[in-house]
Design a protein around this ligand. Structure first.
Ligand SMILES: [Cu+2]
Length: 112
């Protein structure tokens, strides 16, 4: 009886240790000259997967503070995984010139 109890405890510990936090998926759309949504609330330490879709152009997606970037291809959903390390504001922007409104094509993560 005692031995069985110990085995169950060990199994429980192994399961607990192996349980990875499932990333929260967030959809984001890029289109001349904005991202939708433009402001996204996150929690620090919470794993995120962005699912980014461009509707019209090979925009870029760049988060300078995390040195995180990707090209966005129209018709494809780009998956970008990261975990915000601390609270604060993380800006993101388009870094592929896409026309006259390009400079204002940005947004931010509000991390708490
Ligand atoms: Cu753009």
């Amino acid at each position: 009886m005692k031995r069985r109890h110990l085995l169950l405890m060990a199994a429980g510990a192994a399961l607990g240790g192996a349980r990875a936090e499932v990333p929260r998926e967030i959809e984001l759309t890029a289109q001349r000259f904005h991202f939708t949504p433009r402001v996204i609330a996150l929690r620090s330490g919470e794993p995120i997967v962005l699912l980014i879709r461009s509707l019209d152009f090979a925009h870029g997606f760049f988060v300078p503070d995390l040195d995180l970037r990707t090209d966005l291809m129209p018709g494809r959903v780009i998956r970008l995984a990261f975990t915000p390390p601390a609270s604060g504001r993380l800006a993101f922007l388009c870094d592929n010139f896409c026309g006259d409104g390009h400079e204002g094509m940005d947004g931010h993560f509000e991390v708490t």
